[in-house]
Design a protein around this ligand. Structure first.
Ligand SMILES: [Zn+2]
Length: 468
């Protein structure tokens, strides 16, 4: 044993000595240097060939040519970048993570039928704190696997979501759902707001990766008075508010019938935009609404797959971008998508708007990549922290492999990332300087334990919803 292990040890030592960046004369020690044949910063400097990102204490210290980084910094650890693109981690601006356990329970239905006759009853019957813990972990595994580094979650049992996020290392804006009906973690709207208030109180400032938020379900599932309480709780704790906004024709008609206005006009009237608002979907805003969203700098999260699958409509994304609204992308939950692959949202966003406007110049590759990174970060209120690779930002970044023959040949990096790449091409995921996935292996979630626990829930869900 000893004889055979010695040469291997020698090889490993030689490998360490030859890692890029191992320049013992370099002055500044850093935790990590990540290399890439291409570093797509999504910041002013654009694309850096043969680049590198120096990271220390969870922050980006420098982004530059590898030769420059190697001269200035000495890293405790390096990740090689041969035939790889380094870019900011993807921002999934709207999802319901734990619904991954409900993937495929009810498809091919209209939104209100789907919600009221399938999703809400199934959730009240099945969802508890442990369901949310396991479902969120399942979603986090999928998001890490696909290169998502931050997500906005709107669900129940926020403590379970926060624990899962803490452990797996992702970044999240976590919104307990406030809704005026019996829900999995509350008997009515008042109690659901109290869940959100307590979560904000306990988690505000507790973990830099976790931002508490208040999740107002929608204007048709909460009376005006409850929306005003949401506004007050968010203001009290300085949290953002996320809300399903102008998602369907049903909602547009509901707002007209009950408020003689649009959803956005109602939210502005009650002062909800005094908080940072993250509006999900926003399929049916009027021109006035778009101007309001731009003036208020409210974030809009576009969910092309969910909007297409539920046939909610085509959101006027090019008009919102032109008006200056911060627009990001989201997958929505796995029960209405039915996966959490942000590369698919990137591609479908581009294609959906090209075909609906009969104009292939609409939403070019770089614009949809911006929506998945810095525009999304701006939309969720974290634009000062994530979404761009530059000194001072949080070290949330990914490596995408260009080795696979499906990506050959490469002429234009942005084109490949927008139109070819999928979740299986992501090799490395780093959040706040911590490596969550390397060589396509998720390091922070025990996959076999998760599979076992998820299978247990799937059995119970099957028995309840699809009894033999
Ligand atoms: Zn949603």
């Amino acid at each position: 044993m000893r004889l055979t292990s010695l040469p291997l040890f020698a090889v490993l030592l030689a490998g360490c000595a030859s890692t890029p960046g191992a320049d013992s004369s370099a002055a500044i020690p850093v935790d990590l240097i990540v290399y890439g044949d291409h570093v797509l910063t999504m910041a002013e400097v654009g694309l850096i060939p043969d680049g590198a990102v120096a990271i220390d204490d969870g922050r980006i210290v420098a982004v530059d040519r590898a030769t420059t980084i190697n001269r200035k910094y000495r890293a405790a650890r390096t990740i090689a970048g041969d035939n790889k693109v380094v870019l900011p981690g993807l921002v999934n601006g709207h999802t319901h993570a734990a619904m991954s356990l409900l993937r495929g329970i009810a498809d091919d239905l209209a939104l209100i039928d789907w919600l009221e006759n399938y999703i809400f009853p199934a959730e009240v019957a099945l969802v508890d704190a442990d369901f949310v813990r396991v479902g969120t972990e399942l979603a986090c595994w999928e998001m890490i696997r696909g290169g998502t580094t931050a997500f906005v979650d709107m669900y129940y049992f926020p403590e379970s979501v926060a624990r899962a996020v803490e452990q797996c290392g992702l970044r999240a804006v976590i919104a307990p759902t406030v809704i005026d009906q019996r829900s999995p973690d509350a008997s009515d709207g008042v109690q659901s707001l109290e869940v959100a208030r307590q979560f904000a109180e306990q988690w505000q400032g507790r973990n830099p990766r976790i931002t508490p938020c208040v999740g107002a379900h929608a204007i048709y599932s909460l009376p005006q008075q409850a929306l005003e309480r949401v506004r007050d709780v968010a203001a009290e704790y300085g949290t953002p508010v996320c809300i399903h906004l102008s998602e369907s024709n049903y909602e547009v008609q509901f707002a007209r019938d009950n408020y003689q206005s649009s959803s956005t006009e109602l939210l502005e009237k009650i002062g909800l935009f005094d908080n940072h608002v993250i509006g999900a979907h926003v399929v049916w805003p009027s021109d006035t609404d778009i101007a309001t969203l731009a003036r208020q700098q409210a974030g809009v999260i576009h969910n092309p797959t969910s909007n297409m699958k539920i046939a909610s409509g085509v959101a006027p994304i090019p008009a919102m971008l032109a008006a200056g609204v911060p627009v990001g992308l989201g997958t929505d939950g796995a029960a209405s998508n039915n996966d959490l692959d942000m590369w698919e949202e990137i591609r479908l966003a581009a294609f959906l708007h090209k075909v609906s406007q009969m104009d292939p110049t609409v939403l070019p590759a770089m614009t949809v990549l911006e929506m998945a990174t810095w525009r999304g970060a701006d939309a969720i209120g974290l634009g000062g922290e994530i979404g761009r690779l530059k000194a001072g930002m949080a070290a949330d970044l990914i490596q995408v492999d260009l080795d696979d023959l499906t990506l050959f040949p490469v002429y234009d990096i942005a084109s490949h990332l927008a139109y070819v790449t999928d979740e299986h091409d992501v090799t490395t995921v780093i959040v706040e300087g911590r490596v969550l996935m390397q060589d396509r292996e998720v390091l922070t979630i025990d996959e076999s334990r998760l599979r076992r626990e998820a299978a247990g829930f799937a059995g119970r869900i099957r028995d309840r919803l699809f009894p033999q």
